[in-house]
Design a binder for this molecule. Sequence first.
Ligand code: ZN
Length: 592
Amino acid sequence: MNAVHYRIIPSSPEAHIFEVTCTVNAPDPAGQILSLPAWIPGSYMIRDFSKNIVSINATTNGDKVAIDTIDKQTWRCAPCDATLVITCQIYAWDLSVRSAHLDTTHGYFNGTSMFLSVQGQEHLPCSVEILAPAGDRYRNWKVSTAMSLDGAQTHGFGQYCAQDYDELIDHPVEMGDFTLATFDVAGVPHDIAITGKHRADMDRLCRDLKIICEHHVALFGELPAMDRYVFQVMATGDGYGGLEHRASTSLLCSRYDLPLAGNDKVSEQYRSFLGLCSHEYFHTWNVKRIKPDVFIPYDLRDETYTHLMWMFEGITSYYDDLSLIRTKLIEADSYLELLAQNITRIQRGSGRLKQSVWDSSFYTWNKFYKQDENAPNAIVSYYGKGALLAMGLDLIIRKHSQQEKSLDDVMRYLWSEYGKKGIGVNEVSIEQEIIELTGVDLKDFFERYLRGIEELPLQKWLQEQGVDVEFRTPQSSQDKGGKKPDSADEKVNFGIRFTNKTEGVTLTHVLDNGAAQIAGMSAGDVVLAMDGIRVDAKTFDQRIAEYKTDDRVEITAFRRDELMSFTLAVIEPEADTCVLTIQSKIPEWLSD
Ligand code: ZN
């Protein structure tokens, strides 16, 4: 019997309740302290998972043990000298990759939402018994997790185990009647388990994912030791997101992103799904094993600050799509379209001129993860701009080493010297190490573009590789960039982002120095009419396109319950929409 044993019972799928017990064989004689994490690694925001604990109680030999609350997520049991059993009822109704979800169709949980950590015993091996819900309707349910088997059959209910608490909470569990397919990478079985209604071509998914996985394994030289890897996919109407784990990833996607049988093309949606899978699998090395030193060990009670998120999310975001072209799953034009769309997203936020990627990493807790209507004007994404920094780094290293070295060498170094050895990356010394490894003086690069807010010299970087960079004005609010314009006419815009409202159009963002901001409009305003004619989200772009620079538009809008009018002077649109074209032949950097 392990020192700590857990049991998960989906006791009431209808009420979204898991019953979780934690059995401590040798509790602290001074009174056992237990706690639940406040955040989950990979998603840098305090989420207070303990808020979903509906009840908690403790017993020893069947007798009740008193529990004292220490803080919102920490409890102390009264001293007892025999086995201590703590039982929690946990509410699970968050269909995201970050916490837990249970209903009559399936169950999913992250350990951070379910397993109390036993203070002083976090380093000890533990076991988990996962039970099926009671009732005939659940007879086809099975289990998908990368947790080690400890009596359970593969994909079955029963006992699993982990080496310590840190590992225990890093293997999310899906239970239900999901679609399952398995392929092999580097001798390790890789599952793809899809929950939710879908019509995906599983053979195609296995074939394409295997290509991506093998590419990443080849880049790092080996797959870290694991029994199995799992892609846990939740297909919904319009979901998107992923969370990385040491031997699995939980993904949320639209069922329409998945490929259908008989169609060999890579649609834009499927390309985005493959990019997501590629991203999370790359994390198996970069962030799950190559980590900032402050993450070893994780302190899951409070925020943990690092300036290095650009390395872990930015570099990963660079390689996610890059690997799709390197493996020829997509064409060069398709890759450059994605790259140009990322450049466009960054270019459209004036926040890039106010916040450095270095600071974006640090303030992820209260800024990046808590974006509000002013985010585009105030912050920059360490994913998006971090990926451009990673590309800049790669292209500079290639240029100065006559294509002898690249960012791939940096990644292999990080794996062999840090990830593989379990040593954390130090934010002060790592830059010098990259400089020494590559022989390229990157001091100026880090100061100006990572810690500084200078515009990235994208034109220079890409032109040297044989790619032309062009900026044009956007054609509509739907224009993501990456493509030549549909018409040569320049369309004006009001410097807004908006969404549909039953009556009118709601402004979600008002961009710095745009026509709407100058006119005094704000996010949240509900636009009802332009020049006396009713507007709706469907035709809003078309209506805006009727105007030319210097025209005046009378806008009627509700701010809260007050009817207001604004005179908007149309200004010249900004060329913030990027298009990339190959000059003659596909650059070496895309075909390595
Ligand atoms: Zn990521």
